[in-house]
Design a protein around this ligand. Structure first.
Ligand SMILES: CC(=O)SCCNC(=O)CCNC(=O)[C@H](O)C(C)(C)COP(=O)(O)OP(=O)(O)OC[C@H]1O[C@@H](n2cnc3c(N)ncnc32)[C@H](O)[C@@H]1OP(=O)(O)O
Ligand SMILES: O=CC(=O)O
Ligand SMILES: [Mg+2]
Length: 351
């Protein structure tokens, strides 16, 4: 066990001091980009204005013969483009792959002061985070990185899900987790070829009712694990995200999957295609009607104490805290987006 008094100390001489509180800027969508693809890179200035997080993907979906080009393309993005307030992340190759060591060495060396977060795929336990934690500290010290690069784990193996509480608490560098339904389905031997979303075979069936047809309703394949991820993240002060929705043609399905994650507590989701950015923005920005109601509750109970009635609904200390969650998120997003500020009824000056 690590000495708890050392938890906030750098793991290498000369590395920046770890953050004990994880920053929470707008994080509604992590937009995936293959930086070996020149057409995608050409869109960076435009996409950076629309997305909260831009991620240079080096792992799955990048062919083996383009791994180095994707890495170098991301270096170029980090060195040449002004992304404004948009965060720059990467997803490196998995820890057992032949590429990850060079991914980390090259990226921290070349754009260590630009990279906000490194997403690590297929994390199975705290030991994976400990390895990355120490290596990043050594690289930060070597390359004079001024602020700690944070680490984000993808939860996409059965063992990773079994160990998610330990993963969340493994290091002060842990920024959050993403739920990866594709690799997780394979790891669990689930019988679905879809990337996220429901399945017509996973249903509950109403009881027999004479000759009347029995009713079925699709169930959520992912509810248990996403809820566990949200608890582990909230318990340790880090941020949970839903991962990919692979049917790019099904906007409605994507929206439903994102919304289920949002309601359970996720702060954002991945966008694989530019059109999923708008879906994530719609879903992960709280609904203006809910925000207006939450503001009324806070105004009606300024000290957050006691019991009150509003529109026939009981309000007390707990509902006040629920409303604070909603309004705080709305305030954060309104600072970035004047249209949202108006929809939420915030004064432009305070937005
Ligand atoms: C399970 C997992 O690990 S998921 C994470 C890994 N997967 C990924 O990162 C996939 C990222 N996304 C993509 O590669 C692509 O969006 C695909 C393959 C899914 C679809 O690509 P296409 O068939 O080319 O889509 P489409 O024809 O609609 O593209 C329209 C335009 O958007 C561009 N585009 C597509 N995806 C992206 C993207 N993620 N970022 C920026 N631009 C994009 C295309 O280059 C195309 O540009 P053009 O109009 O100048 O020709
Ligand atoms: O990497 C994501 C996944 O779903 O697998
Ligand atoms: Mg995966």
């Amino acid at each position: 066990m690590r000495n708890p008094r050392d938890f906030g100390a750098p793991l290498a001489v000369g590395a920046p001091t770890p953050l004990l509180e994880i920053p929470f800027p707008p994080s509604r969508m992590i937009h995936f980009l293959d930086a070996s693809n020149e057409k995608m890179v050409a869109k960076v200035p435009d996409i950076a204005k629309k997305t909260d997080i831009l991620l240079g993907n080096l792992e799955d979906a990048v062919p083996v013969d383009r791994k180095e080009a994707a890495r170098e393309g991301l270096v170029t993005v980090g060195q040449t483009y002004d992304l404004g307030e948009t965060q720059l992340w990467t997803r490196v190759n998995s820890l057992d792959s032949p590429w990850v060591l060079d991914d980390l060495l090259r990226l921290v060396g070349a754009i260590g002061n630009r990279l906000d977060v490194i997403m690590v795929p297929k994390v199975e336990g705290a030991w994976d985070i400990h390895y990355v934690d120490r290596l990043l500290a050594q690289l930060e010290a070597r390359f004079n990185v001024e602020r700690p690069i944070l680490v984000h784990a993808i939860l996409e193996t059965a063992l990773g899900v079994a160990n998610l509480e330990e993963i969340a608490a493994a290091s002060p560098r842990m920024q959050g987790m993403s739920f990866g339904p594709a690799d997780l389905a394979a790891s669990r031997r689930m019988k679905t070829t879809r990337v996220g979303g429901g399945h017509p075979g996973y249903v509950s069936l109403s009881d027999p009712d004479g000759d009347n047809p029995r009713v079925t309703a699709q169930q959520d394949l992912w509810h248990y694990s996403i809820a566990r991820m949200v608890d582990a993240c909230a318990a340790t002060g880090i941020l949970p995200f839903y991962g990919p929705f692979g049917d790019i043609s099904d906007d409605e399905g994507c929206e439903a999957q994102f919304r289920a994650a949002f309601l359970l507590g996720c702060v954002g989701a991945w966008s694989l295609h530019p059109k999923q950015i708008a879906i994530a923005k719609k879903v992960f920005s709280p609904d203006p009607d809910e925000v207006r109601f939450a503001k009324r509750v806070i105004e009606a109970i300024p000290d957050g104490r006691g019991v009150h009635m509003l529109d026939g609904k009981m309000q007390d200390d707990a509902t006040w805290k629920q409303c604070k969650v909603m309004v705080s998120l709305a305030e954060l997003l309104a600072k970035k987006d004047p249209e949202l500020a108006e929809a939420y009824g915030f004064e432009p000056a305070t937005a």
